[in-house]
Design a protein around this ligand. Structure first.
Ligand code: UT7
Length: 338
């Protein structure tokens, strides 16, 4: 040790060659909500909702399905599929935009609930793109040797932040959680992330105001608002560009993919992006939005789990993930399926 306090190099962990997804898990609340139930309060119809969004049903959380409960349930399923014991998890990353408690962060409670009682745990705030941001962070933590097993979970109770009388959002969102377990690998199973943000367009998807400060005269909780057509145009322009860049960064072609799993914002965006990418017919396109609606940060792992659970994708096949949403933010990367 230098006794004079002079600068010297620090020890860091040895890097590992790669990281990969070891298991995927989901939690879907039991209550299935048809379009007719949400349409009444917004002067809409089942037909309009299906035509403009592709959504037929969504799940709404029960009162005791909290963001933490749903995250823990999905994470335990992912751990079971991965065959990793909870006490082997050293890091938990939770992506959510609907956890109403600002402090403490929710990730330490998720870590405790799954039995990773001393794991490092932090919340990741990137709205609907949060899961892909967190997965990229997990990949870097593992490849740098900082973490060994990371639980990455997206969990949303959108019913807590969406106004059921807002015509632009009430029919679009649903509740649920999806998780993956990421661990070290001899061959990289998570490609480089391509991400970005346009903070000058933060108003395109935003709450109607800040949560009221103590003593404020306004006591009504803010709710989510969205300039739907502007976000739609941004998404159909941004997703294919980010997707192509992620393919190039990983050194693979669209023909090498088994699946395309974009954020399940709207079926028209999913299908528009798939068409723009000219995906070959063998590439399975995730369309979980039809029965799960838009679950923000939970949508990518929920859609991934749905493809795996029904045997639609081969083991170790490659999937192209793209998250996008409020920020405005986006993130894309190619991953090998477990
Ligand atoms: O997850 C984060 C990222 N989010 C997204 O990517 C969402 C992007 N945006 C969208 O998916 C679409 O903009 C929506 C699904 C939200 C809305 O679909 P749209 O085709 O963009 O509808 P619009 O807002 O352009 O409205 C079209 C028409 C309008 O009537 P006119 O002016 O053509 O007569 C609206 O007044 O539909 C009317 N409308 C509705 N009608 C029945 C708007 N909302 C509704 C409604 N029910 N809920």
């Amino acid at each position: 040790m230098a006794a004079d306090g002079a600068a010297r190099g620090l020890s860091v962990p040895a890097a590992v060659p790669g990281a990969r997804i070891l298991g995927v898990g989901a939690y879907r609340p039991s209550r299935v909500v048809p379009n007719a139930e949400v349409a009444a309060a917004i002067d809409s119809s089942d037909d309009w909702i299906r035509r403009r969004s592709g959504i037929a049903t969504r799940r709404f959380a029960a009162p005791d399905d909290t963001v933490v409960d749903m995250a823990a349930a999905a994470s335990l399923k992912a751990l079971a599929q991965a065959g990793i014991a909870p006490d082997a998890v050293d890091t938990v990353l939770l992506a959510s935009m609907s956890q109403l408690t600002q402090s403490p962060p929710a990730a330490p409670r998720v870590a405790h609930r799954i039995g990773a009682v001393s794991a490092g745990a932090l919340d990741v705030g990137a709205a609907c793109a949060g899961f892909v941001h967190a997965l990229a962070t997990a990949d870097s933590l593992i490849r740098s040797g900082t973490s060994r097993h990371v639980v990455v979970v997206g969990s949303e109770r959108m019913t807590d932040i969406v106004d059921p009388t807002d015509r632009g959002t009430a029919f679009l969102f649903g509740d649920g959680a999806g998780a993956v377990v990421v661990g070290p690998a001899d061959e990289p199973g998570i490609g480089p992330v391509v991400w970005g943000s346009e903070g000058d367009r933060h108003g395109a998807i935003a709450h109607s105001g800040p949560w009221p400060a103590p003593g404020a005269s306004v006591t009504v909780a803010p709710t989510l608002r969205m300039d739907g057509p502007a976000v739609f145009r941004w998404a159909v322009a941004t997703v294919p560009v980010a997707a192509r860049a992620a393919l190039a960064a990983a050194g693979v072609d669209a023909g090498d993919l088994a699946a395309f799993v974009p954020h399940q914002a709207n079926l028209r965006i999913v299908d528009g992006a798939a068409a723009a990418l000219r995906l070959p017919p063998h590439v399975v396109v995730a369309r979980d939005v039809v029965h799960t609606a838009n679950t923000s940060a939970a949508s990518v792992p929920l859609a991934l789990e749905e493809l795996i659970a029904r045997g639609a994708v081969p083991r170790r096949g490659l999937a192209l993930l793209v998250g996008f949403g409020a920020g405005l933010s986006h993130a894309a990367q190619v991953v090998a399926l477990p």
